[in-house]
Design a protein around this ligand. Sequence first.
Ligand SMILES: NC(=O)c1ccc[n+]([C@@H]2O[C@H](COP(=O)([O-])OP(=O)(O)OC[C@H]3O[C@@H](n4cnc5c(N)ncnc54)[C@H](OP(=O)(O)O)[C@@H]3O)[C@@H](O)[C@H]2O)c1
Length: 216
Amino acid sequence: MRIGILGSGLMGGKLGVLFARAGHEVVFSYSRSQQKLEQLARNAGANARAGTPRDAARQADVLLLAVHWSKVDDVLKQADDVSGRIIATCSLPMNADDSGLVVANSSSGAEELARKTPGAFVVSAFGSVPSEVFFSVFEARNTGRRPSLVYSGDDARAKKVVAGLIRDVGFEPVDAGPLRIARYIEPFTLLMGQLAYEGERGPELAYRFEWFGEGA
Ligand SMILES: NC(=O)c1ccc[n+]([C@@H]2O[C@H](COP(=O)([O-])OP(=O)(O)OC[C@H]3O[C@@H](n4cnc5c(N)ncnc54)[C@H](OP(=O)(O)O)[C@@H]3O)[C@@H](O)[C@H]2O)c1
């Protein structure tokens, strides 16, 4: 699959490298440093290159949106045309100093993104774990029971594609339902952040849901 990374920081940089290592073609874009994009592409190997957001969007089957909430409009403008694309978003609708959500309860960042991108297929995914855990989860992907990763969206095909990518990076995808369920996923991510960054055991944190009883 061809994957365009819109925002090549902690999340986009790491996930892009892992998508490429899993065999996908990756374009890294939207850093203030062209050198950083090229370095990421080198780390990711032969399947990856650096480009502009427009390059990333033009050829992509899937776009990963991984920018601060305040940069969403700018990166979408630079990407130009995202219609027909699947957009996996990990971007949380945080305020400028990252102390709280600016969209919550009656909407979510993922739903606001879907409103901004008619014609694209938005899936909320990858944002519910800290970036620090991705490489460890990927390394452990064949060694035992996988951590969970929730996702939600309204388009069945887009969800199936994103679930495949979630598996490719080492998690067990958990379908949480329609896109509006991002209203629950996004605040859950703040809990994960609290445990990862304010807890005593460090930020390499993932989670696993366990079902008991007859439905298990
Ligand atoms: N980090 C996490 O563990 C985590 C977990 C869950 C959700 N999220 C969400 O995921 C999204 C991405 O987070 P992140 O931690 O990957 O952010 P980040 O490291 O700051 O990456 C953001 C990317 O946007 C780029 N960018 C381009 N122009 C920019 C500008 N004018 N100002 C600021 N950045 C600009 C940055 O460029 P440079 O390369 O030049 O910095 C960087 O490549 C956010 O919405 C965040 O809430 C993050």
